[in-house]
Design a protein around this ligand. Structure first.
Ligand code: URA
Length: 436
């Protein structure tokens, strides 16, 4: 077999066999096929697409390119959740204890900073002492005993995806639905889940800007799930503004705690309840979403969900007192107010600008080497649809040592993120679709 013939076949719009896909992926991972040939193939896929069968085969080849975690030492149906990423998305921190409190084991591997803001693992590190590194044995034991563990990705998971994603990033081939779908699903499959709930974000702050593209991506991922025997459902949720009010690591932990107390922002609560309901149904703990929702609401109102977060934090060496008293979490030295001079209604909040502003304050990484300041971030005070008067507070920046130029830039980004219109803005849907 020769890579050039496979590239040509894809270039001409033909379907590749499993053997051909395997030859490319495994050869590339071992360093036998050069970057330039994989780049040409990725561009051919970008233009020609891939059938559902090819996408499924590519996913399995990437999943099997490294370690595949065997979660069988953990009792029960393991349901994983994945978000395609958005600003202010702290749902994993709400979902892990909430779903575990309902009896679905959560054995979750999460990532560090995605784009401008910290990832789930960075956020959890705002809790003093919290360790995101557990051995496989400790990980399994904790999930069996406590019900939930959230750790960083360890071992050699999907090296083919890591290498190919790096290549796509510099060859303008990221935005290909079969390539994105196989990249996401290969990691979920290698992480060992029996079933998967996907939160596909749509809107200005999302990877997929239009609803049609988001649905197409969701369908591709759900199809892969059925191809590989992992029941997968996808919820399409709004990312035309950040989720919740808080952006920044410690601030997001505080908001997740508020949500587990039943006092969180409505949008975060709703997205969390919907995703958690699907996890309960897939995990066999509820017959349908309605029943699941009733169970989850009771776990929040009884305090059991918050208690579960406390137990998970304690098991991972974190300080459980910070969960019961979030004022003990890291907080910034000072705050800076961002006010509007316009009057009207908030039409949209460009999530990406808010993410960049948070990064400028130190909440996210500018380069791989950047060190995150866990205490800093942004607290939005107005969300889409709300009325504002000239001089009203739009957001509060939580600031430590920061270069005045960067602070000025962050303030400007936040102001620019807000679009204010004279007309009242109709309520936006939070959930657009469900793909099963
Ligand atoms: N996230 C991933 O994990 N892979 C992609 O290709 C795009 C986003």
């Amino acid at each position: 077999m020769r890579a050039v013939d496979i590239i040509q076949k894809k270039r001409d719009g033909k379907e590749l066999t499993r053997e051909e896909i395997s030859f490319l992926v495994q050869g590339y991972t071992r360093g036998e096929i050069p970057d330039y040939q994989l780049s040409a193939w990725a561009m051919a896929v970008y233009f020609q697409g891939m059938s559902a069968r090819e996408t499924g085969d590519l996913t399995l080849e990437m999943a099997e390119s490294g370690d595949v975690v065997d979660l069988s030492p953990i009792a029960g149906i393991k349901v994983d959740k994945h978000s395609t990423g958005g600003v202010g998305d702290k749902t994993t921190i709400v979902l892990a204890p909430l779903v575990a409190a309902a009896g679905v084991p959560v054995a979750k591997m999460s990532g560090r900073g995605l784009g401008h803001t910290g990832g789930t693992i960075d956020k959890l590190e705002a809790i003093s002492g919290f360790t995101v590194e557990l051995s496989r044995k400790q990980f399994f034991r904790q999930v069996n005993e406590v019900g939930a563990a959230v750790i960083g990705q360890s071992g050699n998971i999907t090296p083919a995806d890591k290498k190919l994603y790096g290549l796509r990033d510099v060859t303008a081939t990221v935005e290909s639905i079969p390539l994105i779908a196989s990249s996401v699903m290969s990691k979920k499959i290698a992480a060992g889940a029996d079933a998967i709930v996907l939160d596909v974000k749509t809107g200005s702050g999302a990877f997929m800007k239009t609803l049609d593209d988001s649905i197409e991506l969701a369908k591709a991922m759900v199809d892969i799930g059925s191809h590989v025997g992992r029941h997968t459902v996808a919820v399409i949720s709004d990312m035309d503004q950040p989720l919740g009010y808080n952006i920044g690591n410690s601030l997001e932990i505080k908001e997740a705690i508020d949500t587990l107390r039943g006092q969180g922002p409505k949008d975060l609560e709703e997205v969390s309840l919907i995703l958690a309901s699907h996890m309960l149904v897939l995990g066999g703990k509820a017959g349908d979403e309605q029943e699941a929702r009733e169970i989850l609401e009771k776990l929040i109102s009884s305090g059991a969900a918050l208690e579960k977060l406390k137990d998970m934090v304690a098991a991972q060496n974190g300080n459980p007192e910070q969960i019961m008293n979030p004022d003990l979490l890291p907080s910034a030295a000072r705050t800076v107010e961002v006010r509007t001079v316009q009057a009207g209604y908030v039409e949209s909040i460009q999530a990406e600008n808010i993410g960049v502003a948070a990064m400028l304050l130190g909440a996210g990484r500018e380069t791989k080497e950047s060190v995150i300041d866990l205490a800093v971030g942004i607290e939005l005070r107005k969300k889409v649809g709300e009325a504002v008067e000239s001089g009203d507070l739009l957001a509060v920046l939580h600031v430590n040592e920061v270069d005045p130029t960067r602070l000025g830039e962050a303030e400007k980004k936040v102001l620019e993120a807000y679009s204010i219109t004279p007309q009242a803005v109709p309520a936006q849907p939070l959930i657009y679709a469900l793909v099963t």
